[in-house]
Design a protein around this ligand. Structure first.
Ligand code: LMR
Length: 398
């Protein structure tokens, strides 16, 4: 069957991890995939999760199937995190949430849902965007267009370009927006800009699809969700794919969610009925362990407090490494100004390194960076930072 079929190219991000694993250089550093590392270079299980898992093992009396949409308390906890407790969206029951296998699963279920009822809609994504966005929506059958986002001169958002493009998105199309910690650029929108975007969605009648994978990695879980709250207050239809891969470090448990917000409870119920149909023919119902562990953390006040503290530690360490990287490059007299890396938000730094430099660092220094120059700052530690700065300086100065 495969005799005349060519092999597919490796994944732009996860393919780097495969190459990294087979690299025998003991100095190798993986700054590709967005996975948090602590100072020892490991990706720890958070203490709040360890405790929740122990509780779960004690309490659990069955491995029976979860509902198609996942555990109901998990869904409620996700909504509280997205909208804030007591939010009108929650009290009016006009949001439907399902436990998806990671944020990717949430995006794909949402993509299938929208495709089913808007078969001719085009999806609009930021330029640039997460390497997998186009793949997910293409697989669901979407045509894809870009809207301007990053300005490589100012290293910030090209908001005039962005809003101009959004104002001409045809009615009924879908626009994918990163709520915070934009992947890959780390350049985020401010409150006024979000207001303009919501006005554009209302006036031009395009459907917002929010990708919210990094809640808590910008400023705090509350600050980072401000755009979601604004969309909720606008009373329009929108979708949110969210993830606990990063903020609860549950990467391999595949714990995410898709939330569909509608103007009325009746519509939210209709949406949920169709989401369940889509899930049933894909993976039937979600795996339990990670979602139930997350639910315990989010609903137990002591564990939630512990989580927020652990999340703050991750956030602060990343900010520290941003400064260390910039200072390390200044100390090594690199010509380029990298100070903007300090202001970028979330796990990633859109480093400005050319693809040639990225390739050189991989081939000659065993430092793995995503094509386009995205560095996972959360992969830097005080142990590898000197080697990384030496190598970047070497690459740029030669
Ligand atoms: C990333 O952007 O590195 C992460 O979201 C992991 C992934 O699945 O690509």
């Amino acid at each position: 069957m495969w005799k005349n079929i060519e092999a597919a190219p490796a994944d732009a991000i996860l393919g780097l991890t495969e190459a990294f694993k087979s690299d025998s250089n003991t100095n190798k550093v993986n700054l590709g995939v967005g996975v948090y590392k602590d100072e020892n270079g490991t990706t720890p299980v958070l203490s709040c999760i360890k405790k929740a898992e122990n509780m779960l093992l004690e309490e659990q009396i069955t491995k029976g199937y979860l509902p198609i949409s996942g555990n109901a308390e998990y869904g409620a906890a996700v909504q509280e995190l997205l909208f804030g407790s007591g939010s009108e969206v929650i009290t009016s029951n006009r949001a439907s949430t399902i436990h998806s296998p990671g944020g990717t699963g949430g995006l794909r279920v949402g993509a299938d849902l929208v495709k089913k009822f808007k078969p001719t809609a085009t999806l609009w994504v930021s330029s640039p965007t997460w390497a997998n966005h186009k793949g997910i929506f293409t697989a669901a059958g979407f045509e894809i267009n870009d809207y301007p986002y990053y300005d490589s001169t100012t290293k910030g958002v090209n908001f005039d370009g962005m809003i101009g493009a959004l104002n001409s998105v045809p009615e009924g199309d879908v626009v994918l927006l990163h709520v915070c910690c934009h992947n890959p650029t780390g350049a985020d929108l401010n409150d006024d800009q979000w207001d303009d975007i919501i006005e554009s969605a209302k006036a031009n009648k395009w459907l917002p699809f929010l990708d919210f994978a990094y809640q808590g990695f910008g400023d705090s879980v509350e600050q980072d969700r401000r755009a979601v709250e604004k969309f909720a207050s606008a009373g329009i239809d929108f979708l949110v794919a969210s993830s606990f891969s990063k903020n609860l470090a549950l990467y391999n448990e595949r714990v995410g969610a898709l939330t569909v917000v509608s103007p009325t409870e009746k519509e939210a119920k209709v949406a949920m009925s169709h989401i369940k149909k889509i899930i049933r023919v894909n993976y039937s119902n979600p795996p339990a362990h990670g979602g139930l562990s997350a639910k315990i953390v989010l609903t137990d006040s002591a564990l939630k407090e512990l989580w927020l503290d652990e999340l703050a530690q991750m956030r602060d360490r990343i900010k520290k490494m941003r400064k260390a990287l910039v200072n390390g490059l200044i100390e090594r007299n690199v010509d380029q100004d990298f100070s903007y890396i300090i202001d970028q938000r979330g796990m990633f730094s859109f480093s400005g390194l050319s693809d040639d430099a990225v390739n050189d660092l991989k081939e000659n220094k065993s430092i793995y960076i995503v094509k386009g120059g995205r560095i996972n700052v959360a992969g830097l530690t005080s142990r590898n930072i000197h080697y990384v700065c030496d190598s970047i300086a070497d690459t740029l100065n030669n």
